[in-house]
Design a binder for this molecule. Sequence first.
Ligand code: 5AD
Ligand code: FES
Length: 367
Amino acid sequence: MKNIELQSILNRCVEKTASFQDFLTLIGLTNKDDLSALYQAAYQVKVNEVGNFVRLRGIIEFSNICNKDCLYCGIRKSNASFERFKMSKDEVLQSAEWAYEMNYGSVLLQAGERVDDEFIDFVEDCVKEIKLLSDNKLGITLSLGEQSRDTYARWFAAGAHRYLLRIETSNEELYKSLHPNDHSFDNRKKCLGWLRDAGYQVGTGVMIGFPRQSDEDLINDIMFFKEQDVDMIGMGPYIEHPDTPMSNSFLEYDAKKQHTLALKMIACTRLAMPNINIAASTALQALDQTGREKGLLAGANVIMPNLTDTKYRDKYKLYDGKPCLDENASQCRLCLEGRVAKIGEKIIYNEWGDSPHFKQRQKHKRD
Ligand code: 5AD
Ligand code: FES
């Protein structure tokens, strides 16, 4: 595309006057120089709005027992080809304590989706005890799927303050193609509202590049993020898992193309929502050795180093080729520090790392 045309689209993005069509043009870019220009523009917006800093969320994947049956996901209920596990409370707390000692600032508790009382109590206890062991200093994000309004409120009262619930796609028809009939798009959307009402910083996100999803769908996803006024985004490329109904649904799976599409989506989201937190997801690294660094250079500012004990890691495979299965938490920490330093970014320790967007929202509420 002509350099001058691309520059004027990027300028409109920075000036916040870009149209749907402008974003559609950006997500469709294929030329190497055009892509570099897009990533650089998004990176510049990131540096201006949130700095050249990386925020860490140490992720603890504490159980792979799941009551959902999403057609793309490796730990779906119907996949009987691997062993299910759940960590004890002590194991969860040990991981959190390690994150606290390493000055991570924040942890993310993630697991398969369950709504039974035992599970709800377990999470509530873990949250309370992590707050105690860290003298209230460790931030806690939850990513535990669709729950009742009451459960969200209980976990918030226990001390969790951020919640990540991906909408997966904002296109209801496509949502149906990804899920069995008893999974509801409306309920998922309702949950995002309940989370906001409960006081959480709310995050959502989508899978990028799954079958039948168009560029228009992706830009609509960004419009959905804006409409929901979310504080953070966690999204990554769709990657096939062999033991799911959706495996082999591509005629030809092109890892490089998937990866580039995910980077373009990160860049466009940063341009559309300059002051939110955007994660460079682990799935980015599954497709490209330096995928997460590329994510940071395209506008992301959060990384989620894995704290899960190696004995459980290979049992938490949502998609094929998940990286870091043999590395323990200390190895991941050193590796990440090196990776981040190499690209001239700086990890911020000992802070929750709330997005400026959230802080602004709080201020508006007070004023
Ligand atoms: N490819 C990429 N992401 C996936 N997830 C689940 N399965 C896959 C897959 N095959 C993502 C979903 C979910 C999150 C926990 O993991 O977006 O919300
Ligand atoms: Fe885990 Fe590099 S991030 S080994």
